[in-house]
Design a protein around this ligand. Structure first.
Ligand code: SF4
Ligand SMILES: [Zn+2]
Length: 267
């Protein structure tokens, strides 16, 4: 396994940049705990190597492990902004429901089963529960998404897939605690509630990349969903499954939608 992180002799996570070359680094594999050598030559990228190279873990495993450990050790995590994707507002192509926030959990559980799911991290804040999923090689798939939705637990996915080759901890720390550009709400109970209310109101459903034959604005029906995408009566309903949003046309329901948004303090 090639990795740029290891434990030092005090059990602290260190990067290849911080340690002496060769066996003098006094470092151990984060996965198997075997002694490592720091390879800091002039040609190849600096990395740690095992003395006996039979470790079956990968750099991806290490990133995954580090992210969970850092969140647990710091006892905080940056929650990203929550949006609903719609042109139905004066504020641009989406409505912000919740701002990003650095939260301090009351409890953090790593890899614990809850019902029929084992999220990477379960976070408790008071009586509320959240799931955090660290994406290095596997995104949340539709099977897991369906389970999350059934449980109704708000879930963040943090995409750390680009960090496998990094050689210091700065970017990892940044994406967990300072900058939410790699995090997104895969499911949130608040937006789900709003989408459900809007979907219940709207009769017209348009599958993305398809046509609708009953656009109330356009006599030249059918219209392409591309037209809807630019229209101020468009509401995306990403509630069925990941990556399969449907578009609700809210043209005939403006008053009702405003009422829904007002009820949630959004209008
Ligand atoms: S969203 Fe706009 S373009 Fe699409 S059907 Fe409704 S009114 Fe027509
Ligand atoms: Zn190892």
């Amino acid at each position: 396994m090639k990795t740029t992180y290891a434990f030092n002799q005090d059990g602290k996570i260190v990067s290849i940049r911080e340690v002496a070359s060769g066996k003098k680094c006094n470092c151990y594999c984060i996965s198997c705990n075997d002694k490592l050598i720091a390879k800091k030559g002039l040609i190849k990228e600096h990395h740690f190597a095992h003395i006996n190279n039979d470790c079956k873990y990968s750099a991806q495993t290490v990133i995954h492990y580090l992210a969970k450990q850092l969140i647990e050790d710091n006892n905080n995590i940056l929650f990203p902004k929550l949006f609903i994707n719609s042109n139905f507002s004066n504020s641009g192509p989406s409505i912000e429901l919740i701002d990003q926030e650095l939260v301090n959990p009351t409890n953090i559980l790593l890899e614990k089963r809850l019902d029929n799911i084992i999220p990477d991290i379960i976070i408790e804040i008071g009586k509320e529960i959240f799931f955090i999923e660290i994406f290095v090689t596997h995104r949340i798939d539709n099977i897991k998404y369906d389970k999350i939705k059934q449980l109704g637990i708000s879930t963040i996915e943090i995409d750390l897939s680009s960090l496998v080759k990094m050689s210091d901890l700065d970017d990892l720390v940044k994406y967990l605690f300072e900058d939410s550009q790699k995090s997104k709400w895969i499911y949130h109970s608040l937006s789900d509630k709003i989408y459900s209310q809007i979907e219940d109101l709207c009769k017209i459903k348009i599958v993305k990349n398809g046509y609708t034959s009953n656009c109330p604005k356009n006599n030249n029906n059918p219209v392409l969903t591309d037209t809807c995408f630019k229209c101020d009566s468009r509401f995306n309903l990403p509630k069925k499954r990941i990556n399969i949003p449907s578009i609700a046309c809210v043209y005939d329901y403006k008053e009702e939608i405003i009422e829904v948004l007002k009820n949630h303090g959004l209008y």
